[in-house]
Design a protein around this ligand. Structure first.
Ligand SMILES: Nc1nc(=O)c2c([nH]1)NC[C@@H]1CN(c3ccc(C(=O)N[C@@H](CCC(=O)O)C(=O)O)cc3)CN21
Ligand SMILES: CC(C)C(=O)C(=O)O
Ligand SMILES: [Mg+2]
Length: 276
């Protein structure tokens, strides 16, 4: 039997990590989005998004923090559970937050086990390359799939000194070494965030596992965006790598103003919305 297409086909079963590796071998690209709640998760699942990430970017996009640094495992686990419950075929990745794996392999494995047991997700993600290779090896060694994340790693933005493209000039070799390190440690895929298109293309060609780009150009195996960026729910200055596919902020503002107007004018509720 041939491998089922990742999307575009009937929803038969949940996507597994081996399906993503097989997709790379076929040259099939795939989309990934973040999700933090049941309604968006169900919509993305039914729209054929094969992988959803419950990102630590919930810090910014759910909880209203400036950075991803403050968000905790206890903050994220209820969101992970909601996304898992709402989906039938999407592979759900839980994003391990800052402070939950840096101490070493023991802490990293303990956190990953919580994501699997309490969150019910199907894989975890953590940031870093060579510096977290031992953590990735410990987690994958326990039977838990890991997605790596190299290039710009938002949890270290204070050390990096802002939102900066990684891998320019001599720094290319650092990003390449990090991508190889997470692969050798057993990761099933790797996010490449804000690296030059040239470096992302080279890594994608060299690695046997899928690369998931965000601000990494057109040549990665997959692309990920934060859903509120993709759908235009977040307004204001967006990173260069964002494309807005809808104006949800505009649509919601219009609906809200109409509701408020109808309440003020006594038009809502009408007789059909009342009980007698
Ligand atoms: N809504 C949202 N979207 C994201 O992509 C995202 C989050 N939140 N939270 C966690 C991290 C933070 N990320 C970010 C945030 C901002 C830029 C940004 O402003 N980039 C500028 C570059 C500015 C510069 O060069 O100094 C850009 O224009 O791309 C990039 C990545 C990516 N992640
Ligand atoms: C943007 C993706 C890769 C992420 O890590 C997040 O949303 O937390
Ligand atoms: Mg993240």
């Amino acid at each position: 039997m041939s491998e089922p297409a990742l999307y575009g086909g009937p929803a038969t079963r949940r996507v597994r990590t081996r399906d993503l590796i097989a997709a790379k071998q076929r040259g099939e690209r795939w989309p990934m989005l973040t999700s933090y709640d049941q309604y968006t998760a169900a919509i993305f699942d039914q729209a054929g998004i094969p992988v959803l990430l419950v990102g630590d970017s919930a810090a910014n996009n759910v909880f209203g923090y400036e950075t991803t640094v403050p968000v905790t495992v206890d903050d994220l686990l209820p969101l992970v559970r909601a996304v898992v419950r709402a989906t039938k075929r999407t592979l759900v990745v839980g994003d391990m937050p800052f402070g939950s794996y840096e101490e070493g392999p023991t802490q990293a494995l303990r956190t990953a086990v919580r994501f699997m047991k309490e969150g019910g997700c199907h894989a975890v993600k953590l940031e870093g390359g060579r510096r977290v290779a031992e953590q990735i090896a410990a987690i994958t060694g326990a039977g838990i799939p890991v997605m790596g994340h190299v290039g710009f790693t938002p949890q270290s933005e204070h050390q990096i000194g802002g939102y900066r493209v990684q891998g320019r000039g001599d720094a290319a070799e650092d990003v390449v070494a990090d991508a190889h390190a997470v692969t050798e440690a057993g990761a099933f895929a790797v996010v490449l965030e804000m690296v030059t298109s040239e470096v992302a293309k080279r890594i994608t060609h060299d690695l046997p596992i899928p690369t998931v780009g965000i601000g990494a150009g057109p040549d990665t195996d997959a692309q990920v965006l934060v859903w509120q960026d993709m759908a235009g729910l977040r307004t204001g200055h967006a990173p260069r790598f964002v494309k807005r596919y809808a104006d949800m902020a505009g649509a919601l503002t219009e609906a809200t103003q109409k509701f408020a107007e109808e309440v003020r004018g006594g038009e809502f509720p009408g007789p059909e919305h009342a009980f007698h």
